[in-house]
Every structure is written in structure tokens, then in C-alpha cells.
Write a protein that binds this ligand. Structure first.
Ligand SMILES: C[S@@+](CC[C@H](N)C(=O)[O-])C[C@H]1O[C@@H](n2cnc3c(N)ncnc32)[C@H](O)[C@@H]1O
Length: 195
């Protein structure tokens, strides 16, 4: 995408948000298009509520895959979006434990928007990759008109969802710090902290 933006002289920027971004350093001396990418290290809830971004035209959502996280990433993106927003979700997968993309898409997105499922891996390929039988892998694509979306979705409810999620994220961070200091704790399930 960054490459295409450079070739077509499109003055846009790609922001990537991931707690593990720090170890993905790009060499800007080799490829000019790399300058189009700004990696931000951090969790989506914290970064998207504290950093100032230009209006988002396109979002590729492929972060944490629990229902709460996927729902957060969607609403946080919508809050920062241009009038016309394009969103692509990865990992619409059936029968996996973190099936948040599928659940959120089926239960919420499909009610309000015209969602296209794009098959990226058929059952056989997914079986080979994950040893999971009977699973198909899709990406979900949707186009959103922001003012129409704001009319059909309750803004106060969105704010409540975002705040709840950010509290949860803070607890994950604490848990992660503890796990790093005392690796034995990784094996213990503190139900309150579960990702
Ligand atoms: C399925 S991987 C996809 C990574 C990337 N899209 C790619 O294709 O290389 C999911 C990524 O989400 C990141 N992640 C997990 N929880 C996150 C959060 N709360 N906010 C932002 N990123 C998160 C993980 O560190 C991991 O790199």
C-alpha cells in the first residue's frame, strides 16, 4: 500500500499500532515508500484515545481477536474516520477460540452495513496451516458513510464501550508486566485479567 502511495504520489500516511512495533524497524535509506509508514508502539485503546491522527480513510484491523477488542477497534476507528471510511478486517474465522471478528461481524456489522466476505484461504488450506478441520478464512470488507453510521449507532453507548475496553486494556498491561517479571504466573488464569 505504501509502495502504491509513493508511485501514485498520494500524500497520505500509514500508521501501524502494535505493542510489538518497536522491533520492526524499517530501513528508510533503501525504500522511499517506507517513509509513508509510521509505526506506533502501544495498545490500540491507549494509542487511539491519546494520539492525534489525521482523519482515517482506510483501516486494516488485525489486532487482538476477542469480541471486546474487535468491537473497540471498530468504534475507535469510526470516531477518527473521514466521512467515507473503508475497513478491512482480517481473520473472520469459524471455530477458533478468539472468534471475535466473526462474532462481531455476524452480530453487529452485518445488521447495519453491507459487509463483503473475501475468501483468503479455503478449508483445506486452513486445515494445513492450523490443523483445524472445517474452518474457512475470510477477510471482511465494508464501506461506511460516517454520518449515516452516527445516525444508527448510539454515540453514548459507543463511548461507554470504549471506556470499558480501555480499563480492560490497562489490566492486561499490568498482567503482562507481572508475567515478564515472574514467568511462572503466565500459567495461572486470573479470570479478571483474561485477554
Ligand atoms: C494476527 S497478528 C497480525 C499482525 C500484523 N497485522 C501482521 O500481519 O503482521 C495480531 C497482532 O496484534 C497485536 N495486538 C494484540 N493486542 C493488541 C492491542 N490491544 N492493540 C494493538 N495491537 C495488538 C499483536 O502484537 C500482534 O502483532
Amino acid at each position: 500500500m505504501a509502495w502504491a502511495m509513493t508511485d501514485h504520489d498520494i500524500p497520505s500516511k500509514i500508521f501501524t499500532i502494535d505493542p510489538n512495533n518497536t522491533d520492526r524497524k524499517f530501513d528508510t535509506t533503501k525504500n522511499a515508500w517506507v517513509e509513508k509508514i509510521e509505526p506506533i508502539s502501544g495498545y490500540a485503546g491507549e494509542v487511539m484515545s491519546t494520539r492525534v491522527f489525521p482523519k482515517i480513510d482506510f483501516a486494516y484491523i488485525d489486532g487482538w481477536h476477542t469480541y471486546d477488542a474487535v468491537r473497540h477497534d471498530f468504534f475507535a476507528t469510526l470516531n477518527l474516520a473521514s466521512e467515507k471510511l473503508h475497513i478491512l478486517f482480517d481473520d473472520y474465522l469459524e471455530s477458533i477460540p478468539a472468534d471475535g471478528v466473526k462474532k462481531f461481524t455476524d452480530e453487529f456489522l452485518m445488521k447495519y452495513f453491507d459487509v463483503s466476505l473475501i475468501e483468503t484461504n479455503n478449508r483445506k488450506q486452513v486445515e494445513e496451516m492450523t490443523n483445524e478441520a472445517g474452518t474457512t478464512h475470510f477477510m471482511c470488507y465494508l464501506q461506511i458513510n460516517r454520518s449515516e453510521a452516527n445516525m444508527s449507532i448510539d454515540g453514548l453507548e459507543i463511548e461507554r464501550i470504549l471506556q470499558e475496553y480501555r480499563k480492560l486494556e490497562k489490566r492486561w498491561k499490568v498482567r503482562e508486566k507481572i508475567n515478564k517479571k515472574i514467568p511462572l504466573f503466565k500459567k495461572i488464569k486470573f479470570s479478571k485479567f483474561i485477554h
